[in-house]
Design a binder for this molecule. Structure first.
Ligand SMILES: Nc1ncnc2c1ncn2[C@@H]1O[C@H](COP(=O)(O)OP(=O)(O)OP(=O)(O)O)[C@@H](O)[C@H]1O
Ligand SMILES: [Mg+2]
Length: 409
């Protein structure tokens, strides 16, 4: 048995899995977008927490580069979304990473805002240069960003045509703030819509929680036509099996999982990639121990479930008030605890189960609060779901409202 074989599984945000299972369809969708000469469609890649958005975005990157595109991007933290100027700084910073190796000749007088960094008339498209263009361009923030992008495109065309992907993860953080008169989300959409209409091949790929696309459409109705929405789901049975087995199907791996273990892991994870990685990591360690002790390896389902409950769910659940817990408990009792529901369904189920039921306006308000906490999300059709995979099953397992709040039979 090899001691050097490390546990290969990688539960963690954005950690590249040992084997990326499935996702052929989504990769194909992305490849098709890369064929666009003129950008008619951008991509929104969306799905629940831990479903694999970040690692798929990482997989897109080398494909885009292979197809001759440049790739720029970052995580959109909340601070990037506070003001329009912060957004502009974000875009210029990211863009300068790929443009700073490009230069252009300046003949005659220097255009306003540009300073050569040496005595030559060769100017690099560095962060400073781009900032200079931004500052000297007239108009509002959106006009200034457009001026920068158009300038960059002008230079790029001279050096052979290339396209750029602007990839932003965690894009659900983007918001307009009417109270502060700051509209960074609208600015981003206006800028890309405008330059794409002029034929500049800069494509947006935005990744985020399922709140992302409704947010875009609420900000600018044309966003509906601007984006192809790719919704990531959990892996199916075969793909889950692959994600579980591939990482240990290599020489010198000291353990293997039998069919029963694989199906237990598949079932307990619900096919959600994060849970697959988490459970497999635990099972692998336990198996190593069991094999060393001469025991027959078996998946300790209860122990792993408990660890997942403590490590993953409990922290989220502890932030919820008693009344919110009751509402979520009611939601989990609808026939399909991991699927969509409406306010009316919740109200009816609450009346059947609780002594003090929720009115529909109260339900509506509480769902709003829970959405802000990232536990619930509302889709474009006004239906709700848990925003955390398998949360419904966790609630049924771990929570029971106090007896006095239950409706007597
Ligand atoms: N197709 C896949 N096959 C196997 N494992 C995967 C797959 N996709 C993601 N994973 C694993 O699942 C975990 C979560 O992936 P990732 O961080 O990309 O999810 P996410 O959707 O970006 O989550 P969040 O919403 O929290 O940002 C990681 O441990 C990753 O290695
Ligand atoms: Mg992510």
């Amino acid at each position: 048995m090899s001691d050097s074989f490390k546990n290969p599984y990688r539960p963690g945000a954005g950690h590249t899995p040992p084997h990326l299972a499935g996702r052929e369809k989504e990769v194909h969708e992305f490849d098709k977008l890369l064929e666009q000469e003129e950008i008619l469609e951008n991509m929104v890649l969306t799905g629940l927490r831990g479903v694999g958005k970040t690692v798929l975005l990482e997989k897109f990157k080398p494909r885009a580069i292979e197809a001759g595109w440049l790739w720029v991007g970052a995580d959109l933290s909340e601070s990037a979304s506070v003001t329009e100027t912060n957004l502009a700084t974000r875009l210029i910073t990211d863009l300068s990473v790929v443009t700073s190796s490009m230069t252009f000749e300046v003949t005659g007088a220097m255009p306003i805002g540009l300073r050569p960094e040496t005595n030559t008339t060769e100017v690099a498209l560095s962060f400073l240069t781009l900032t200079g263009i931004y500052q000297s361009a007239p108009g509002l923030v959106a006009d200034k960003i457009k001026a920068v992008l158009e300038f960059v495109w002008g230079i790029m065309q001279q050096g052979g045509r290339r396209h750029i992907v602007f990839a932003y993860d965690e894009a659900q953080n983007l918001s307009d703030h009417a109270s502060r008169d700051e509209y960074p989300l609208s600015v981003l959409l206006d800028v890309f819509q405008s330059i794409q209409r002029k034929g500049i091949p800069f494509m947006l790929v935005l990744t985020g929680l399922p709140t992302l696309f409704p947010k875009l459409v609420e900000s600018r109705t044309y966003a509906e036509r601007m984006f192809r929405v790719v919704m990531l789901h959990g892996l199916d049975e075969d793909e889950s099996r692959e994600a579980i087995l591939k990482p240990i199907e290599v020489a010198d791996c000291p353990v293997s999982f039998d069919d029963l273990s694989v199906s237990t892991i598949g079932e307990k994870s619900g096919g959600y990639p994060y849970f697959i990685q988490f459970i497999c990591r635990e099972v692998f360690d336990v198996f190593i121990q069991q094999v060393a002790d001469g025991a027959n390896p078996g998946v300790p389902v209860d122990a792993i479930q408990l660890k997942l409950d403590t490590d993953f769910f409990a922290g989220r659940w502890s932030k919820v008030t008693d009344r919110q817990r009751q509402l979520m408990w009611v939601a989990a009792h609808l026939d399909r605890p991991n699927d969509e529901f409406t306010i009316q369904e919740l109200v009816a189920e609450g009346e059947a189960r609780l002594s003090k039921a929720f009115s529909s306006s109260h339900t509506n308000q509480m769902l709003g609060n829970l959405s802000e906490q990232g536990l619930i999300y509302k889709n474009r059709f006004g239906r709700y779901s848990f925003a955390v995979p398998l949360l419904g099953s966790f609630i049924l397992r771990a929570f029971e409202p106090p007896p006095e709040s239950l409706r007597s039979k």
